[in-house]
Design a binder for this molecule. Structure first.
Ligand code: HEM
Length: 145
């Protein structure tokens, strides 16, 4: 059985708000923001200072002790996961013909996306850069002050 997907450009679907249109807009808007976030992320991690050689636990701990990078990385996580999941939803809708299988896959995609967003957000915002009992040479410099 074929599946009828609303055309993104129609202002409203037969059932009310046209979610396909908002999904289509989200892909473009999040894509544009992701370009800035991803290149900023690569520049800060690979080009500034010692570049890739500086990346270790202390580097990550130092970044996540700063609210600026917490928000930056949190935005990358949310935007990219929702973008990737919505893109996969489009592919599933395009290729999976059996309605039950299609629905199960789309559900699974959003459940996994939600779980990864919760876990990732928890990691970014509850990360302890100075775990007790660790070798001080592996920790950010501010841990010993
Ligand atoms: C540099 C940042 C990115 C830009 C500018 C971008 C842009 C786009 C755009 C405009 C679309 C819609 C294409 C269409 O409707 O025909 C799209 C689709 C998609 N994107 Fe991204 N994207 C980016 C990053 C990502 C990331 C990080 C992921 C994975 C997490 C991802 C996964 C996907 C998937 C799975 C699709 C669906 C492909 C399809 O419909 O065939 N993208 N992307």
């Amino acid at each position: 059985m074929s599946v009828v997907i609303e055309t993104p450009r129609s202002p409203r679907s037969r059932k009310g708000a046209n979610w396909e249109k908002y999904g289509w807009m989200y892909m473009r808007i999040s894509g544009a923001i992701l370009v800035a976030l991803i290149f900023g992320h690569l520049f800060a991690n690979l080009m500034v200072g010692e570049g890739i050689h500086a990346i270790d636990f202390a580097f990550v701990g130092g970044k996540w002790a700063n609210p600026f990078w917490q928000v930056w990385d949190g935005l990358m996580l949310w935007l990219a996961l929702i973008h990737g999941t919505n893109g996969m939803r489009t592919i599933v809708n395009d290729y999976v013909e059996r309605q039950n299988v299609r629905k199960a896959l789309v559900w699974a995609l959003w459940v996994i996306c939600g779980a990864l967003i919760v876990l990732g957000t928890l990691v970014i915002f509850t990360f302890d850069p100075c775990p007790a009992g660790s070798d001080p040479s592996l920790l950010p410099s501010f841990c010993t002050k």
